[in-house]
Design a protein around this ligand. Structure first.
Ligand SMILES: Nc1ncnc2c1ncn2[C@@H]1O[C@H](COP(=O)(O)OP(=O)(O)OP(=O)(O)O)[C@@H](O)[C@H]1O
Length: 269
């Protein structure tokens, strides 16, 4: 696997263009290498013999998750990424965030894209309050900025609507509450490129509405937002453009209504 190719947009585009590109994905292939993919049976001697042999190891499998995908995202766009399970949506976002290397092809980004996933790293044993502070600092906010926005973050998350939960350890939160707090922390900052992976699916309808409104604000503040979701209504409400991936390939890239319509015809919904 090649070393991650993370370059700035300025490397790829002359500064004279009128629309400002924030992410360029150029013919990207991503391959996962899975170790221990075999049956796990056999003696230690047999395992050693396999290690010493020059033959391809049957316990190592390669999963070609993204196959030659290209697109350019511009400032002010909110782009939905759709596709059936396992089509490569999360993989391409992780690569844009610089968390996964490309096998071939290049990704150019403007600044450091922030990936907000359902699994974004907060510390389960620490309280919600401490996680707000740590999450804010991890995103590059100063302690003063976090203090100033603390109440807004907690209010936005709705964590305290049913009692003082923010002072309890995160392990006591339901998965929906934890996802809401993660989204609220990430959305408190203005990002050049914010990528949201399924965060909206976990909140209740009132929280989804607040999140959709915040995504629209983030776009106005000149950033680019990517939203991975299986919820076509959320994508319709927030995105003006949609990229449709299927089996790792880009099937369609265009205005939201056109792509969602084709997708719904394809999935029979
Ligand atoms: N860590 C990993 N190791 C090996 N293969 C992986 C890994 N993560 C994902 N894959 C494989 O890569 C392919 C794309 O997975 P990915 O998670 O990007 O899909 P997705 O479109 O986000 O799916 P979903 O809608 O179910 O979240 C799948 O075939 C999956 O099995």
């Amino acid at each position: 696997m090649a070393v991650a190719e993370q370059q700035t947009v300025a490397d790829a585009v002359p500064a004279t263009s009128s629309r400002v590109p924030t992410v360029i994905v150029d013919d990207v292939h991503i391959v996962y290498t899975v170790y221990g993919a075999g049956t796990g049976k056999g003696s230690a001697t047999a395992a050693l013999a396999r290690l010493m042999s020059r033959k391809a190891n049957p316990n190592i499998r390669r999963v070609h998750a993204v196959k030659g995908v290209s697109f350019t995202a511009y400032r002010g766009e909110a782009i939905g990424i759709i596709g059936s399970n396992g089509s490569g949506k999360s993989t391409i976002l992780r690569a844009i965030a610089g968390l996964l290397p490309t096998e071939s092809g290049k990704i150019y980004t403007d600044g450091q894209p922030s990936l907000l996933g359902v699994n974004a790293a907060l510390m389960n044993d620490l309280t919600g309050s401490t996680n707000v502070l740590l999450g804010g600092l991890a995103m590059g906010m100063s302690q003063q900025e976090v203090d100033e926005r603390y109440q807004d973050i907690v209010d936005f998350s709705g964590i305290n609507e049913k009692g003082d939960f923010i002072s309890l350890p995160m392990r006591t939160y339901s998965s929906g509450m934890a996802a809401r707090l993660r989204f609220s922390i990430a959305a408190a900052k203005n990002h050049d490129v914010l990528m949201i992976d399924e965060a909206l699916a976990t909140g209740d309808r009132a929280f989804q509405r607040r999140s959709e409104a915040r995504i629209r604000e983030l776009r106005k503040e000149a950033g680019t937002v990517f939203l991975v979701s299986h919820n076509n209504a959320s994508i319709r409400d927030t995105c003006d453009r949609v990229v449709w991936l299927e089996k790792g390939e880009l099937l369609m890239d265009g205005p939201t209504d056109d792509v969602i319509k084709a997708y719904e015809e394809h999935t029979g919904k």
